[in-house]
Design a protein around this ligand. Structure first.
Ligand code: SF4
Length: 486
């Protein structure tokens, strides 16, 4: 290792700044917020851009190949910052870190930290250790021959399991006037769908207690939150291994009831449920609990029973259709969205047609369509009859056209109506306007003052496309249960 003679003068600021970027779903976002909270609790500041941060963390999902590749590409590009600002700490967090572990250090020598899904609560400790270690060693002039890999202590890798880690995702920073929040109620999944890496990256199902979740939601509501989304990989199977049924109600329905009782909470959502856990008690809850918003996201994955079986999804297309029918009967006007995979191994043209027909029949409000991508160490990756990429792409584009059409129709049905909207603040795509969501989770864009952020009021819908609604605020109201139900 090169001799570094001069003392560090880079840390003139009282506390370092951190930048955290998330590639993935709401669960990944929620995990990132927990890490941000723990760093801010120690006095770290959040940086707006990575090139002004002293700690750069990438939290990446590994369910889809795209997030994985994006995060790797991003970290590769950050190597430039590592050269210019050698005191900066770089880390990977989350599912991808869990799946790849120490191997992430091999081709990216500037990476200092790899922390898996059961250790988010340790990130602040590790970051502090690395920041201090570098502060003691890095000078303004760095020997070009210097290698971070010379000293093994420069890297920290922790992807071990930890009992009780599901209880550690429980605090978050709120922005001024923030009125929506995600609450993680469980970690892991025991379902072992053959395409999915989650059971490996998140471990077995572990649920928080009802009391703990209620405590967190109550605290959020006291700080101004009006809408909470309960998160879990199979959210409706929450608590099934530790919390007994009461009056034939599943632990998840018991939790919904307990959260629903919190005064001041206006809207309650959950994602993502598994079709097999959507039983009568949950459908009844949709009818009984008015704070439950009129939107459910129910992953379909395929319309072919042969493919569903190969995916290890324990339902049939007929059962899925029946479930959607019962939900729509229970809650009129409820929005239903889904996830679909095209090009799963063995999917023939007629299997794909069954999926397409089912999507046409159900008329989802929206759907995420994914091309199947093999994930390491999953059964589907080893299956014969892998579908060629051009065929996957063709089916993907074709199905997107069907979904876009039904999403467009769903939006157009709302033109001319006054809908309850919870304003979330400035639109990210058009900061001159505000955006909010209806109870059916549709994005509404409108003109207005920043003071409307965090408020619930009605917006008259004047225009719709497949992605968003556009309108004008008409009626400030504090009503909790008014909705855009038909
Ligand atoms: S239910 Fe299946 S797809 Fe969903 S997280 Fe579990 S294994 Fe993955």
């Amino acid at each position: 290792m090169a001799q570094l003679a001069r003392p560090c003068i880079i840390f003139a600021r009282p506390m370092p700044k951190f930048f955290i970027k998330t590639y993935g779903c709401q669960m990944n976002e929620r995990d990132s917020e927990q890490v941000a909270h723990s760093l801010m609790a120690r006095g770290y500041e959040r940086a707006v851009r990575e090139d002004e941060a002293d700690v750069v963390l990438l939290n990446a999902c590994s369910v889809r190949d795209m997030a994985d590749q994006k995060a790797l590409g991003k970290m590769g590009m950050l190597g430039r910052i590592a050269k210019e600002r050698p005191h900066v700490v770089f880390g990977f967090l989350g599912c991808m870190a869990q799946a790849r572990g120490e191997s992430l250090l091999k081709n990216l020598p500037h990476v200092d930290l790899v922390v898996g899904t059961q250790k988010f609560h340790r990130v602040a400790d590790y970051v502090e250790e690395l920041v201090a270690w570098k502060r003691d060693r890095v000078t303004e002039i760095v020997d070009p021959g210097y290698s971070r890999m010379d000293d093994p202590r420069f890297s920290i890798v922790d992807v071990a399991e930890e009992a009780g880690s599901q209880e550690t995702i429980r605090e978050q920073q709120l922005a001024p006037r923030q009125a929506t929040a995600f609450v993680s109620i469980m970690q892991g999944c025991n379902m072992h769908c053959t395409f999915c890496i989650v059971p490996q990256t998140r471990g077995a199902e572990r649920s928080r207690s009802i009391d703990e979740v209620v405590r967190e939601v109550r605290d959020l509501v006291a700080r101004g939150v009006k809408e909470v989304t309960l998160l879990g990989q199979i959210v409706n199977l929450y608590g099934r291994h530790g919390i007994p049924k009461i009056d034939n109600k599943s632990p998840f329905v018991q939790l919904l009831e307990a959260v629903h009782r919190i005064d001041g909470l206006k809207r309650l959502r959950f994602t993502s449920p598994h079709p097999i856990g959507f039983r009568d008690d949950l459908i009844n809850a949709l009818a009984r609990l008015p704070k439950l918003a009129e939107h459910v996201h129910i992953p379909l994955q395929s319309g072919s029973n042969k493919i569903l079986k190969a995916m290890h999804r324990a339902y049939t297309a007929e059962k899925y259709i029946d479930l959607v029918h019962r939900i729509r009967q229970t809650r009129k006007g409820i929005a239903i969205t889904t996830d679909i995979i095209v090009g799963f191994p063995g999917e023939t043209e007629s299997d794909y047609k069954l999926t397409r027909d089912l999507v046409e029949q159900i008329q989802f409000d929206n759907a995420f369509v994914f091309r199947y991508s093999p994930r390491r160490d999953t059964p589907a990756a080893e299956m014969e009859e892998q579908v060629e990429e051009p065929i996957k792409e063709e089916r993907n584009q074709d199905l997107l056209r069907v979904v876009d059409e039904s999403a467009r129709r769903a939006g157009e049905r709302l033109v001319g109506r006054d809908l309850e909207v919870l304003c979330e603040g400035r639109s990210k795509t058009n900061p001159a306007r505000l955006m909010g969501r209806t109870r059916t989770n549709k994005i509404v864009v409108f003109e207005g003052d920043d003071k409307l952020a965090g408020e619930i009021f009605e917006v008259r819908i004047q225009q719709a496309n497949g992605f968003s609604l556009y309108g004008t605020p008409v009626l400030p109201t504090s009503r909790a249960a008014s909705s855009d139900r038909a």
